[in-house]
Design a binder for this molecule. Structure first.
Ligand code: URA
Length: 195
C-alpha cells in the first residue's frame, strides 16, 4: 500500500518482478490526472511507449487522443491512462498470464489511489483481465458492467481500429455512450455548463 503517487511511481519504476524488466527501456507507469473520475486501461507499452515512458504515444495513441477529444476527454486533464503491464513485451506479443499476474498489483494500487467512477478497458486483454475472462470484445464492446462499485466498459482497441478502419463508427458509438454515462455519474469530469 502506497501513501502517495510519488512513492508508488518510484517503486513501480524499480520493479523487477518479471522478465520484461530485462528488455525494457522505461517502465510505463501511467499518465493523466490522478484525481480523474474516468480511467482508461490498455494492454501494455509498445515500442514508442517503451522509448518515451508514456502510454499510447504511437499511432494507436494518436487515434485514441482524437476519439477522446471528440468527447471532451484529454490525458493530462480529465482522465488517467494506464496499462495492464507496465513494461513492453518483446515484439509486441500479448503479455503472458504470469506477467499480467506479477504486474496487476501496480494497477490495483493505481485504482486504489484514483478511485475512478468509470473504467474503460481498451481491447481484449484488458477487458478479460479486468472485467470477465470470458468476455468477447467484438460482442461485448460498448456494454456496461459493474464491479466493486465501479462502472466498466470494454472498448475496441485503437490498434484494432487502425487494422480495420471500418469498425471506427461502432467504436465511436461507444465513446458517445461513455460521454452520456459521464454526464450521469461524474461530477467534475466535464466543466459545469457543458451539459
Ligand atoms: N497499446 C496499449 O495497449 N497500450 C499502450 O500504451 C500502447 C499501445
Amino acid at each position: 500500500m502506497y501513501k502517495s503517487w510519488d512513492e508508488l511511481k518510484t517503486a513501480c519504476e524499480g520493479c523487477r518482478k518479471c522478465g520484461l524488466c530485462e528488455t525494457r527501456h522505461n517502465v510505463v507507469v501511467g499518465v493523466g490526472n490522478p484525481n480523474a473520475e474516468v480511467m482508461f486501461i490498455g494492454e501494455g507499452p509498445g515500442e514508442n511507449e517503451d522509448i518515451q515512458g508514456e502510454p499510447f504515444v504511437g499511432r494507436a495513441g494518436k487515434l485514441l487522443d482524437k476519439m477522446l477529444l471528440a468527447v471532451d476527454l484529454e490525458r493530462g486533464k480529465n482522465i488517467y491512462i494506464a496499462n495492464i503491464v507496465k513494461c513492453r513485451p518483446p515484439q509486441n506479443r500479448d503479455p503472458k498470464p504470469e506477467e499480467q499476474e506479477q504486474c496487476i498489483d501496480w494497477l490495483r494500487e493505481q485504482v486504489r489511489l484514483i478511485r475512478p467512477k468509470i473504467i474503460v478497458c481498451l481491447g481484449r486483454i484488458a477487458a478479460q483481465r479486468i472485467i470477465d475472462p470470458d468476455l468477447k470484445i467484438t460482442r461485448d464492446h460498448g456494454k456496461w458492467f459493474q464491479k466493486g462499485g465501479i462502472l466498466m466498459m470494454p472498448m475496441l482497441h485503437p490498434a484494432a481500429l487502425l487494422r480495420d478502419p471500418r469498425r471506427k463508427p461502432e467504436a465511436f458509438e461507444d465513446f458517445l455512450a461513455l460521454r452520456e454515462k459521464i454526464y450521469e455519474v461524474c461530477e467534475h469530469t466535464y466543466p459545469i455548463g457543458m451539459i
